[in-house]
Design a protein around this ligand. Sequence first.
Ligand SMILES: Cc1ncc(C[n+]2csc(CCOP(=O)(O)OP(=O)(O)O)c2C)c(N)n1
Ligand SMILES: [Mg+2]
Length: 347
Amino acid sequence: MTSSAPATRPAPVAATAPPRLPAELCLRIYDLMLRTRILEDRLITMYKQGEGYFWIGGPGEEAFSVPLGLLVDKGRGLDHDFLHLHYRSSGTLLAMGVDPIDSIRQMRNAATDPYSRGRNFAGHFAIRAWNVVPIKSPIGVQFSIAIGTARAQRAGVGAKGITIVEGGDAGTAEGDFASALVWSSRKGNELPLLILIANNRYGISTPYAGQHGYDQIAERGKAFGIATAVVDGNNPEASYPALKHAIDYVRTERKPYLLEVMVSRLRGHSSASGANLVTGEIDCLERFETTLEERGLITRAHIDQLRATYTQELLDASKRVRGEPHPPPSSVWEHIFADKNLVGEDS
Ligand SMILES: Cc1ncc(C[n+]2csc(CCOP(=O)(O)OP(=O)(O)O)c2C)c(N)n1
Ligand SMILES: [Mg+2]
C-alpha cells in the first residue's frame, strides 16, 4: 500500500554534481545503505506482524546517516566524539559497526536488547563505549543536553573530541535548539558542537512551509555567527564531503557548525501513520544504485544477490530473537534511572 506525500517545497538541488568519491568508498557506503534499509524493512515487518508495538526509523536518510557513521571518531571519553542522535539514525549506528540483531531485539522488547534492555522504542540506541548518549523520544531535548558534553570538550590543549547533535526540522521549533545556538556561539566561549538538522520537510503531519518563516533552517545559525551549510542528503557524494568538512572544522577550530541536510521520509512519520511507502519522494538508495550501475561499479544481479542475502540474514536473526526472553516483571525498576555513578568509572 502506498500513500502520496502532500506537495511541499522541493529539496534544493545542487546546480552542479559534486565530485565523485573513490569507487571503494562508494561501494562501502552503498553496502551500508542497503543493510540499513533492509534492517528498517525487517523492523516494519515485525511491527506489522505484531512482534513489536511501535516503529520509527530512518528509511530515506541513509545517504546522509551512513557517511556520518563512517566519519565519526568512535570511542569512549572526551577525546572521542559524543553523539546525541535522534530516532532515524540507524544508518549512522550500522556504519559505526553495531550488529543489526540488537535492533531486532529492541524492536521485540527482548531482555537481550543492549540499548535499553527491552524498555525503549526501536531506534533508541545507547552505547557507552562509543559515547552514544541515549536517544530521546521528547523532541529536541538532545540539543540542550549536547551543550554539556561540548562544554566538557571545550577545554584542554590539543583537545580533539567534538560533540555531534542531530535532530529533525520541526524539532528546531523547541527552545532547546535555540539554547544550542546561544551556548555554542558565545564569543570567546565557543563550543566544539556540530549541529545537524535532518530536514525531511515534515514534523509528523505538519509540512515545513506551514511551520517555518524562513527558507532554510541553516539561516538561523547565521544570526549567531555560526558557520552553516545546506546539503543534498539524498546524495552520499554530496553529504560525505559536506560532513567531513563540517567535522574537520569543528574539530580544528573548536567552534560550532550548523549543517542542514535535505532528506526524504519514505515511510511516513512512524507506525502511527502506517509505515507505508510514500510516493513522490526521492529514494536515495535507488538513485545511488543507478549511479553505481551507470559507472560500471555494480550490476543489477549483484544488487539482487546482496538484497536477498541481507534479507535472509535478518529474517534468521528475527527468528532467533523470538526465542529470547522479555524482561521479567521483577526487573521493572531496573535500567530506567541511573542507580550508580558510572561517570569516570570503568564499568
Ligand atoms: C516534546 C515533544 N513534543 C511532541 C512530540 C511528538 N512528536 C514526535 S516526533 C514529532 C515531530 C518531529 O519532527 P522533526 O523534528 O522534523 O523530526 P522527524 O520526525 O521529521 O524526523 C513530534 C511533534 C514529542 N515526541 N516530544
Ligand atoms: Mg522532519
